[in-house]
Design a protein around this ligand. Structure first.
Ligand code: HEM
Ligand code: HEM
Length: 179
């Protein structure tokens, strides 16, 4: 069967969506794996560095994505969902974009404020640019980073469940538009 390409998100938005998904999933995976190793275990450092790398990839991917999204049209869903569903999806997508932008920026900010360079896999490093440390602010931003990370784990779960619901229950073209 021929696919109607006009009913899909643009190729760049689809790529950025799925690469973004992979980067976020890896960020969660690596930070969870740090818990498996003891404080002095080099594997813990490796997992943390991998978390930084995946988190920075999220930031790099979301910036062009937001620009492309602002200047392209969203393909319609058919059959058309109710206004309430449309509204709920719009709010969730806005929150997901905000999270993709803010969460890595929080990570970068609290590392800078605590005067810690960000060591990445392969010996790469983002040095400390700030001349002064602000440990209290660093602590607050770190707490927000951890809390948002927990909240959005569930928001992302809800987003995936909604995509599945549209595909398997309602049987509309919501998911096909992103494939
Ligand atoms: C979208 C990207 C990111 C996601 C989804 C994410 C998610 C998380 C989560 C869920 C935790 C809490 C783990 C726990 O203790 O339960 C965490 C911790 C942490 N994240 Fe991220 N993170 C991201 C990006 C970054 C970036 C870019 C950096 C730094 C460059 C960073 C640095 C850290 C650090 C240092 C911790 C440990 C904080 C602590 O245990 O108090 N994260 N992250
Ligand atoms: C880290 C995980 C994910 C994040 C952060 C995320 C984020 C987003 C965002 C921000 C949008 C709005 C796109 C736009 O209108 O510009 C979107 C759309 C979409 N996502 Fe995800 N997504 C994730 C994972 C997934 C997964 C695993 C699936 C499928 C199982 C999925 C299916 C969809 C679908 C079908 C749409 C189109 C929804 C619509 O236009 O109404 N997403 N996603």
């Amino acid at each position: 069967m021929r696919k109607d390409f006009s009913q899909r998100y643009s190729g760049s938005l689809r790529w950025l969506h799925w690469l973004g998904f992979a980067a976020v999933a890896l960020a969660y995976l690596f930070i969870s794996l740090t818990g498996l190793f003891g404080k002095n275990d080099p594997m813990q450092t490796t997992m943390l560095q991998a978390h930084f790398a995946a988190g920075l990839a999220v930031l790099i991917l979301v910036v062009p994505r937001i620009f492309i999204r602002l200047f392209t049209t969203v393909p319609p869903i058919s059959p058309q969902p109710s206004r309430l569903t449309h509204r709920a999806a719009g709010i969730t997508h806005f929150l997901l974009y905000a999270f993709l932008l803010v969460q890595p920026l929080l990570g970068l900010s609290f590392m800078q404020l605590s005067g810690k360079a960000i060591h990445l896999p392969g010996g790469w490093e983002i040095p400390v640019f700030l001349a002064v440390k602000h440990p209290q602010w660093a602590h607050i931003l770190e707490e927000i980073h951890v809390t948002l990370g927990t909240i959005f784990f569930w928001v992302i779960g809800l987003h995936i469940a909604a995509a599945m619901w549209h595909h398997w229950r309602i049987r509309d073209n919501t998911l096909q538009r992103m494939l």
